[in-house]
Design a protein around this ligand. Structure first.
Ligand code: F6R
Length: 610
């Protein structure tokens, strides 16, 4: 999703802007640009379609310097990815602006601006903002006042960085519906879409709140809230490390992240267990007390995080006997759902900035839920600030767009949640201790699953020329199959579908032939025999099967069936274990296909627009 960086300093800021953009690359983008106000008080700009490295190359051919600047990685929403649509956008060499978000009333505004003689050079919605600021400046003669005025005219979501040659030492930052942080340096300030972009220059951050506008000079920062009152916002010291984003010798971040799952899981468990039991109140102050009142749980999330919620629903109903409903955030936020008494609202998000999930959380806060809980991987995110209760997964910074370690640590968090709730509803100490034991052995067992990489790599070769694939699972393995299909489609661009294996004969069986590989996850549990019958249905129609099975599943290689027999004894944590081979399969298919694994086309890491 679009990324913003900006700086006001005594020194030239162009390299800070470029480095900031590099550090935002993981969010996904298709074009990039930067602009500064130079020593002649002229706005200088460089933009490219493509990668930040191409921007750096173009910039080094025609370099410029400046002490105030803004930069942007664009993920196209309005208008195709090309140079003219890339940010910063400039109006009449007076105002330059970068934007993350969507302006909903852009059509009306554009007509008005054209009727007033303003020109448009791009297909973006952003140009209405920069032109509106220019117009307001003619009247107000002050950049801040002009921005105040324009914020009343535009509707939608927007994080903005704005500068003007009429006030060349000033940067205005606006946050409404899209994230923006201010980095505090010594005699310098920075803005960015996330903390990570600015870690090389500061560890001190101010998180702007909804509707805030910041007026930034080198030696002064004034923040106005949504009602335009001056406000103080506290400075937070980030504990993130600027160096986390190296590949540590792996070819891709995604592979590094797949292999870091044992560590990510043990980090997530750290301090959450006590004497072989779950520690008290790990979901926030008085969370255990709140859990005693729970009658049902509503989980809301998007994409991979939604899949983790689906698995949690199986656990919650089976282990705690508590009703659980899971919903996609973009659906939940636009329908009138019925909320029964004493329902806990849980949102799950790696980034904590996903627009739909964030909107669902805001809605939930007004809707009479018992309490709201965010399970999130980013401590300094909008969701963790908004929810009543917070649980941080400790996956570490996830760079690959396709989520891997964030997913498995979400599952660990959700399993801890289910046990914590079940404890308050009659779970025996012996059962709790057994589940905790399973969790404690999980890093080692996940590590073992990673050892099947070579075998999976061999299978991946069979997929490279395929256009479709079908993933099957039963019970809590159904969301695992869904996640496997999502991973394959997002990084290898192979069309993949997932089905409950029992549903095959109700339709999808019609698709099965020798060109449709069918992948199944087959732990040795009470559903194994049922699953085997479903697999027979596939083989009888000439379908080729790839089965990730427990070594005791008695599923052996034979004509039309490739079985990876794994040491993966069944317990509730099996969905976590069986996710690993599917991640590796997707990864290796994408490697063979030569795809851009860490930044798949059209996708963004942090989906901050609707
Ligand atoms: C897929 C993937 C996405 C995200 C989704 C939600 O690999 O990463 O489906 O899971 O965009 O993002 P978060 O978890 O940040 O809310």
């Amino acid at each position: 999703m679009c990324g913003i960086v900006g700086a006001v300093a005594e020194r030239d800021v162009t390299q800070i802007l470029l480095e900031g953009l590099r550090r935002l690359e993981y969010r996904g983008y298709d074009s990039a640009g930067l602009a500064v106000i130079d020593e002649h008080q002229t706005i200088q700009r460089s933009r490219v379609k493509g990668k930040v490295q191409e921007l750096a190359d173009t910039f080094s051919e025609n370099p410029f310097r400046g002490r105030v600047g803004i930069a942007h990685t664009r993920w196209a929403t309005h208008g195709e990815p090309n140079v003219k649509n890339a940010h910063p956008h400039i109006c009449r060499d007076i105002v330059a602006l970068v934007h993350n978000g969507i302006i909903e009333n852009q059509e009306t505004l554009k007509k008005e601006l054209i009727s007033k003689g303003l020109e448009f050079y791009s297909d973006t919605d952003t140009e209405v903002i920069v032109n509106s600021v220019y117009l307001a400046l003619q009247e107000k003669d002050d950049l801040l006042d002009a921005v105040f005025k324009v914020c009343e005219q535009i509707s939608g979501s927007y994080a903005l960085g704005i500068m003007s040659k009429i006030d060349p030492d000033r940067l205005i930052a606006v946050r409404k519906g899209s994230p923006l942080v201010i980095g505090v340096g010594v005699g310098e300030y920075f803005i960015a879409s996330d903390v990570f972009a600015l870690l090389p220059v500061t560890q001190q951050f101010i998180f702007l709140e909804e509707g805030d506008i910041a007026d930034i000079n080198r030696d002064q920062l004034i923040i106005y809230d949504a009602k335009r009152n001056k406000v103080e916002r506290s400075i937070n010291i980030s504990r993130l490390n600027a160096d986390v984003a190296d590949k540590s010798g792996y070819r891709h971040y995604m592979l590094k992240e797949i292999f870091s799952q044992p560590v990510a899981i043990s980090d997530t468990l750290e301090k959450r267990l006590n004497n072989k039991l779950i520690a008290n109140n790990i979901f926030g102050e008085q969370s255990d007390e709140i859990f005693t009142k729970i009658k049902s749980v509503k989980i809301v999330a998007c994409g991979t995080s939604y899949h983790s919620g689906l698995i949690a629903a199986y656990w919650l109903e089976e282990i705690a006997g508590i009703q659980c409903h899971v919903e996609i955030a973009s659906e939940f936020r636009y329908r009138n759902s019925v909320i029964s008494d004493n329902t806990l609202f849980v949102c799950i998000s790696q980034s904590g900035e996903t627009a739909d999930t964030l909107a669902a959380l805001s809605l939930a806060k007004q809707e009479g839920f018992l309490s709201t809980l965010a399970i999130c991987n980013v401590a300094e995110s909008s969701m963790t600030r908004e929810a009543d209760l917070v649980f941080l997964t400790k996956a570490g910074h996830e760079v690959g767009v396709a989520s891997t370690k964030a997913f498995t640590t979400q599952l660990v968090a959700l399993y801890l949640l289910v046990i914590s709730i079940a404890k308050q509803h009659g779970l025996s100490k012996a059962d709790e201790a057994k589940m905790v034991e399973d969790l404690q052995s999980l890093p080692g067992r996940v590590n073992h699953m990673l050892q099947y990489e070579d075998e999976i790599k061999t299978l991946a070769a069979d997929f490279a020329d395929k256009h479709h694939a079908l993933f099957l699972g039963r019970g809590s393995m159904l969301p695992v199959a869904m996640e496997g299909a999502l991973k394959l489609k997002e990084i290898s661009y192979i069309h993949a579908e997932s089905y409950a294996a029992g549903e095959l004969k109700h339709g999808p069986l019609a698709l099965v032939d020798k060109d449709m590989p069918v992948i199944a996850v087959a732990p040795n549990n009470h559903l194994l025999e049922k699953l085997k019958s479903n697999l027979q249905e596939v083989r009888a129609r000439g379908g080729r099967l790839y089965v990730f099975a427990d070594r005791h599943s008695n599923l052996n290689n034979s004509d039309g069936l490739e079985a990876v027999q794994m040491e993966a004894d069944y317990d509730h944590t099996a969905p976590i274990l069986y996710t690993i081979p599917l991640q590796l399969l997707a990864y290796h298919v994408a490697v063979i296909k030569g795809a851009d694994i860490d930044q798949p086309r059209n996708l963004a890491k942090s989906v901050t627009v609707e």
